[in-house]
Design a protein around this ligand. Structure first.
Ligand SMILES: [Zn+2]
Length: 282
């Protein structure tokens, strides 16, 4: 799970917790199939480790969308130790949020004290140097860390199959997203939505407050459908984040970011209507 909430309902990423001297009581904000909140007690693990991945852990209620559901563990791994070196500060961004999330190190780890029947335990060894590994992150979580100012120094981001890139090169605030610097480059653009403009082709331009060269995020029909967005959805005032190519239209001369895959998220989170299937769309 990537997010926890405190008693007041405020959301926290693990990076936001890192800067706190005392930990507030934390609860899982995940949603159950019934639409209720999971509310499981959340623990913080490996917060200052350079060997293991800092993460939240909880005993989720069944069906919680905050639970990590995928695992690279194999049957018979129980009690098996795998040596592991230092972890770079590196996040692998999920281009589509629809799938189930990984646990830290790609594992499903329901409880650190109780090995699952397919759970491996990593044994850290600093002498092995840095591992080629990354923590799984959603764009919605990245946006929360951007807004909170808790992006780690020297963070690297992995997008799809691309080599890791410095987050500072890749993440661009709307106010800094000048055409002359970024045209034809793939970047992560973020800003506050000030206006929604439907294109003649049925896609949607999200105009961003104080955007350089008035750059907008172009949400195509596929992503509109995926997110449950139509002309009646009010996104104004939410923050948006997207990864894609910065293009300038040949015909209109307008600058916009063409969203790659499903690499789009909002804060506050936009929940897809229940009847559209899974609810965790970031
Ligand atoms: Zn949960």
């Amino acid at each position: 799970m990537e997010l926890a909430r405190d008693d007041a309902g405020d959301l926290f990423t693990i990076e936001m917790i890192r800067g706190k001297a005392t930990l507030p009581p934390l609860w899982c904000p995940g949603e159950l199939p019934t639409g209720e909140e999971c509310g499981a007690k959340v623990q913080v693990k490996a917060l200052h480790s350079t060997l293991r991945s800092a993460h939240f852990a909880a005993r989720h209620e069944p069906g919680c969308d905050g639970a990590s559901g995928r695992s690279e563990d194999q049957p018979g791994d129980a009690g098996t130790h795998v040596d592991q070196g230092l972890r770079p500060v590196r996040w692998k961004m999920r281009l589509v949020d629809d799938g189930e999330s990984h646990g830290p190190d790609g594992r499903h780890r329901p409880d650190d004290m109780v090995p699952g029947h397919t759970t491996r335990r990593r044994r850290a060894d600093a002498a092995r140097g840095f591992e080629d590994t990354a923590d799984d992150r959603k764009f919605s979580t990245l946006l929360i860390d951007i807004l909170a100012g808790t992006i780690p120094a020297n963070l690297e981001l992995v997008i799809g199959t691309l080599a890791p890139q410095a987050a500072s090169d890749l993440i661009v605030a709307a106010a800094d997203a000048h055409e002359e610097t970024y045209e034809d480059r793939s970047i992560i653009l973020w800003g506050e939505v000030k206006q929604m403009v439907l294109s003649p082709y049925g896609s949607l331009f999200l105009k961003l407050r104080h955007a350089a060269d008035d750059v907008a995020i172009l949400v195509d029909k596929t992503n509109m459908k995926r997110r449950g967005i139509d002309e009646s959805t009010d996104l104004v005032g939410r923050h948006a984040i997207a990864y894609g190519k910065y293009v300038v239209s040949d015909t209109s001369g307008r600058a916009h970011l063409r969203v790659e895959g499903g690499a789009l998220a909002f804060n506050p989170i936009l929940r897809r209507p229940r009847n559209a299937g899974a609810s965790d769309v970031g």
